[in-house]
Design a protein around this ligand. Structure first.
Ligand SMILES: NC(=O)c1ccc[n+]([C@@H]2O[C@H](COP(=O)([O-])OP(=O)(O)OC[C@H]3O[C@@H](n4cnc5c(N)ncnc54)[C@H](OP(=O)(O)O)[C@@H]3O)[C@@H](O)[C@H]2O)c1
Length: 411
């Protein structure tokens, strides 16, 4: 069963590869250029804080043309002893990048981002994930696996800026790990943001593996029945593979032209969401332990479903948007009201709870995904690849939607 699925995934990955569109420093750190351990390291590391880097910035919220490429950005400094500096080789564009470009979440994220007394919002550099080379680390980074010169993959917390759409990025060491050798640089830049979203939705919000699943890399979910809405996108393709690796029964929805691809990922039953007859078939398998919304429906959709479930977990919560519109106080109240209202409706009509799922840069989540990659139970799908200079095209691709996996940008 596993090998059939694996062969299917290999076949599918070859199809996707074939179809892939390649359009066209500070104190308290150990740096690669000043290595005390005697490791052989590449000469391309920043040794002076005066050195500049290239990166994409926005100076005001708006559309894609707000993004500007500069070659005069300061290389980020490691600000605390647990931070690391990475030279980025590949990064990705996610829906959150497009949303943040338009100002999504600005009220809360700026509060978290800005230091007390320093409320300068711009310029912002987007980009939540990357694969690259570790070039500096704070003295508090003691992990033996994080060696200078190591090839690493990592994520940038949502409130942190500058992000990974630049030649260098500084992140806390818990957001980093050695990149699995089973993945090339493009693949390694495409797993963690969507993967940690899927993992956190299932194991933290959904409690799929019990307390162990939420607090360790143990996973879990054997024999549970899960419906993934939006199985063809960045989060959906990884959620399906995670669930199958844990022995869950997985059903999925997607557009007709993605049905075969989603089946090859291992989903047991796949339906075209535009066909109401096909969607009705999903009633035969109810109740579901979890309905995972990776299609951007939101919580209100739960009570519109025709079948019962125990939990409906959506990654499209109104949390930040409510606060953007109403301010911190009223927005927080509106969030409570929204959650209670959707839950009352969902519990009375479908018998299940509505929960919100969020990306969570948890180290045990990274360890869980790494383990699946090493076991070849998780294979990332890449929708399209762009060069760094083509970042605007990468955002245009995101804006067009209908993604089949992830958008990768190579430096
Ligand atoms: N809360 C968080 O921390 C967090 C983190 C990551 C992502 N998200 C959200 O989670 C959602 C998924 O993210 P993603 O990166 O996977 O986005 P994505 O790559 O754009 O994938 C969305 C997928 O859903 C499909 N789709 C659209 N409408 C559908 C429907 N009615 N039924 C079934 N499938 C449908 C799309 O393909 P077709 O249009 O061709 O059908 C596409 O393949 C997005 O809304 C994103 O904003 C939230």
């Amino acid at each position: 069963m596993q090998s059939t699925r694996y062969n299917g995934v290999i076949w599918m990955r070859q199809c996707v590869l074939h179809a892939r569109r390649t359009y066209s420093v500070s104190a308290n750190v150990t740096s690669a250029g000043n290595n005390t351990t005697g490791e052989h390291l590449p000469p391309t590391t920043p040794t002076k804080s005066l050195e500049k880097m290239r990166g994409w910035q926005l100076h005001s919220y708006g559309d894609i043309d707000e993004l500007l490429l500069s070659d005069k950005l300061k290389i980020p400094q490691i600000r605390s002893s647990n931070e690391c500096l990475v030279r980025v080789r590949t990064t990705a564009v996610n829906p959150i990048d497009l949303a943040m470009l338009r100002g999504y979440g600005a009220t809360v994220l700026n509060k978290l981002r800005c230091q007390p007394g320093d409320d300068i919002e711009f310029p912002l550099t987007l980009g939540r994930e990357f694969c690259g080379e570790l070039v500096q680390k704070g003295m508090g980074v003691t992990s033996h696996s994080l060696k200078l010169g190591a090839r690493v993959w990592g994520v940038v917390p949502v409130h942190a800026s500058p992000g990974a759409h630049a030649e260098y990025v500084a992140v806390p060491s818990y957001c980093l790990a050695p990149a699995p050798k089973q993945l090339d640089d493009s693949e390694a830049a495409s797993v963690l943001y969507a993967g940690l979203t899927a993992w956190s939705g299932l194991y933290i919000s959904g409690g799929l593996g019990g307390p162990c699943g939420a607090t360790t890399a143990a996973g879990g979910g054997a024999h549970k029945r899960i419906l993934v809405l939006g199985g063809s996108g960045g989060v959906g393709t990884l959620a399906i593979q995670i669930l199958k690796s844990q022995g869950a029964q997985v059903l999925a929805t997607c557009s007709e032209n993605a049905v075969e691809m989603v089946r090859c990922l291992g989903a047991d039953f796949v339906v075209d969401y535009k066909s109401s007859d096909a969607m009705d078939e999903l009633c035969k398998f109810a109740p579901y332990d979890i309905v995972l919304d990776c299609a951007g429906h939101g919580g209100a959709h739960a009570s519109e479903l025709k079948f019962d479930f125990r939990q409906y977990i959506t990654f499209s919560s109104p949390l930040l948007a409510n606060i953007d519109q109403q301010g911190l106080g009223l927005g927080a109240i509106k969030n409570m009201v929204d959650l209670v209202q959707t839950n009352v409706k969902s519990l009375t009509q479908r018998g299940g709870m509505v929960k919100w799922g969020f990306f969570n840069p948890a180290p045990h989540g990274i360890a869980f995904l790494e383990q699946l990659v090493r076991q070849r139970k998780l294979i990332p799908l890449i929708d399209s690849t762009f060069s760094f200079e083509e970042m605007l095209k990468a955002f245009e691709r995101m804006k067009c939607g209908h993604l089949r996996g992830k958008i990768v940008v190579k430096l």
